[in-house]
Structure formats: structure tokens, C-alpha cells
Design a protein around this ligand. Sequence first.
Ligand SMILES: [Zn+2]
Ligand SMILES: [Zn+2]
Length: 366
Amino acid sequence: MVYTIREVVSFLDSIAPPAYQESYDNAQLITGDPNTKVKGILCSLDATEAVVDEAISLGCNLIVAHHPIVFKGLKSFTGKNYVERTIIKAIKNDIGIFAIHTNLDHVAHGVNKKIADKIGLKNTKILSPKKGILNKLSTFVPSAAVEQVMTALFDAGAGKIGDYSGCSFMSEGSGTFTPSEKANPTIGKRNKPEKALETKIEVMFPSFLESQIITALKNAHPYEEVAYYIHQLENENQEVGAGMVGELSTALDEKDFLAHLKSSMNLQVIKHTTLINKPIKKVAICGGAGIFLLNAAKKSRAEIFITADVKYHEFFDADNQIVICDIGHYESEIFTKELLLELLSQKFTNIALYFTKIVTNPITYL
Ligand SMILES: [Zn+2]
Ligand SMILES: [Zn+2]
């Protein structure tokens, strides 16, 4: 079985929908023709020039990276900086670069779950679930067609709540309508007011699936004109959002936990605030720059918050309520390359999959 870049991209999009990325992000196929047949995939945190060279030497024509090499529009391609040089090299060598960034940070089985697994956290939950990304569909279906409409809606991605699928609410009632002279009614006659027994179906769905769900509804519904309403919900989506919180199976004292953190995440250095003499049981994490989640971490009653890119003044905000740990951006997210390889190997069993051996961390320690 030969797969194209498009097929690999659509699989990864199903794992971490691009709609879940931040507005400043550029998680998408950055170079490469989607119709190209994939020979091998190299997974990495960053797609630098050296990683492109590594892909060439391994015979890989697709790099799947967490951080996009390009964030903003490029206006020239002369090779004057590492971004331009990387893009030029990738294009010259027919290497696709795909970035799966904040969308992979925001899903429950993404970057932060991998960190949680490394540290050994159980009962993990999204630390700051996103709001405003769920809608509700209400539609009215004649009884005979309820089954086919429900199946079509569920197949299109509606009705999933946490670990449950096929979630809906149905109520029976009467619908009224009068078909016009030009109508071709399934029930009733032209110019004659009609009253039909109908079932109201209500289902939730992720907002980004709206057009595919409405298409599925219209295709499955027997009426010429389908009556439906869509409401945006205020509900949090527990499965999508920033950071994660979880628990250790047994509480550790702070120093023991820091030693455990250092060995499990393979760290050289941990920068942390003053210890507060509380055993560590609940741990909040956010791979990369996550200090914006400090209040959410405190609210979750975590004793410690592990993230990266914390500035001097931000450390003060720990305020003896929590221990803030900065473990380094690269170090916090380096296992993402393993995660990418694991995800890809679920589907692409006959594509050669690698993760980079290159240390792309621009920071070194003396
Ligand atoms: Zn990240
Ligand atoms: Zn990052």
C-alpha cells in the first residue's frame, strides 16, 4: 500500500484537528506536493536544515515536526537566514514539511499526555478546557427516517462527549408546513396545510465539523427542505485545551519528586521556585511556554506546575502557593517526536518511520 502526503496529513488532522491551533500558529503542510507518494517519514520537534539533511540521507521525503519552521509570511527566498535556507533545501530536494503544533498541544492524547506518561501521572485531565468550540444541532425528522438521520449525524462526527459516542436527545411532536405550488413534498400535498408526526433530534458536535454535519443531515433527511437550528454552546470541551493535570500514584516529597522529574524527563537542569514543604501528589504540566496557565494550575490544586520559558518576574507569581518548575522548552517537548512516531505507526505500518537523532535545541548548558 502506497500512501500520499495528503493521506498522511489527513490522518494527522484527524488526530489533532487544525481548527484547534492558536491564531498565531501555522500548523499545516508547509512544503511539499500533497500528491507525492511517501517514501519515509522523519519525526522531529523542529524542522531545521540539519533535519532536512537527515531526511535526505535516510531516504525520507516527509518531515513531521511539532514546531512550524515558518510562522509568518516570507517575502524572499535568498537563503539569508535559517528559515529560508531550510525551506529552499526542502523544496529543492522534494521534502514535505508538515507541522502539527498547538493543535497537538490542545488534544487530550497529545504533547502533554506524553509528558504525563513520562512522569507517570494518572487520572489526567485538560488543565484549561476550551470554550466556544461546541455547537448543538436541533433538527426535525419524520419517524420513519430517524434511524438513518441519526446514523448519518454520528458518522459525520456528532454526538461524542468524552468517552461516550452516539449521544443525543429525542422528543416527539408535531411539525406543521404548507408545501407551495412548486414544492415536491415527501409528506402532504401542494397548497394544503399539513401536520406531521416528527421527532426532534438534538446532538452536540465540534464547531469545525459544521459543514460536513449539515451536508450529512441534508443527504440523509427525506424532506426537500430540512428544518434545523444550530446553537453555539458555552460548554467547555473537556477533551480540548491547554495544559494537563494529573496525579502521582503515591505522593512524593518535593525533593524526591524533583529527582524523579529529572530522571524521567532526562533533564540536566530544573529551574524552580522555593519549595513550600507540601508533598507532591497533583501535578500540572504544559509543554513549551505555559506560564499563562499558572492560575489554572493553582485552581486545580496542583502542588507543582511544570512548564518552560518562564521569565524572572513570573517566577514570583508562585507566591508560596505552588512550585513553578521551568525544565526548558526543548526538554519539555522532546518526547513529541516519539509521540508522532507512535501515532503514525498506528496506521502506516509499511512506511519507514524514524525520529530525528539531531539535537535541535538552540540552548546549551555549561
Ligand atoms: Zn507544544
Ligand atoms: Zn514548543
